[in-house]
Ligand binder design. Sequence first.
Ligand code: NDP
Length: 250
Amino acid sequence: MASGCEQKVVLITGCSSGIGLRIAVLLARDEQKRYHVIATMRDLKKKDRLVEAAGDAYGKTLTLLPLDVCSDDSVRQCIDSVKDRHIDVLINNAGVGLLGPVESISMDEMKKVFETNFFGTVRMIKEVMPDMKKRRAGHIIVMSSVMGLQGVVFNDVYTASKFAIEGFCESMAVQLLKFNVKLSMIEPGPVHTEFETKMMQEVAKMEYPGADADTVRYFKDVYIPSSIDIFEALGQTPEDIAKCTKKVIE
Ligand code: NDP
């Protein structure tokens, strides 16, 4: 550890893949060992990629805990189990996407997106906030999206969930500042991860009952191919977003 420097405890949600995994690895492998990373994921059976990427940081500057942001019990147990360490930085990264004509999406699917992207983040903030306020220190980061600022066709519900969390955080940030607790939003554009790849591959094969033929044709023949082009031409990497996140907490 850098001499005279306290190690910051950073808890990150959704570290099984993509951006969360990359942030966890980048911080845990910091040359000056400024961070102790508590990398969380809802299914620890998925830990191998993270453990491999973390290398010798695993078990030293990176520890692993189970955490499902959709479960009150899981969130409480996770925060209780790190109570003696005080969380300096919370990175709310866990999220799910949802793409397609809205007529063909069930209410349960829509609720899952809000339960994860909105309530999952709120649940985490609510749990860590009291200790941060008491200590008058801390930084909460929320992984939003450009879709939290601008609506995008066929991403109606995902966009709405990110708008919702933007609104919540804008309000919270003002209250938290009075307690010297910072709240920052990161709003990535397209990022090449399995999040995007999985979703595009799945949606291209699916049927869209309930949606009219013209909408489905536009979605499959125009929207999906042009989105793939955009991801390929403009997409950032999870590593790019991890570097940006590290800058935000430095
Ligand atoms: P990934 O699908 O690669 O990662 C999402 C992570 O969230 C996974 O680890 C997943 O775990 C986890 N997760 C999902 N639901 C839960 C839950 N209930 N509890 C705990 N963890 C959960 O996608 P990305 O890395 O791209 O996404 C990370 C964040 O970045 C998301 O918030 C997303 O909205 C945002 N973002 C992504 C962009 C992109 O183009 N990819 C662009 C802008 C923002 P599991 O493996 O168990 O499913």
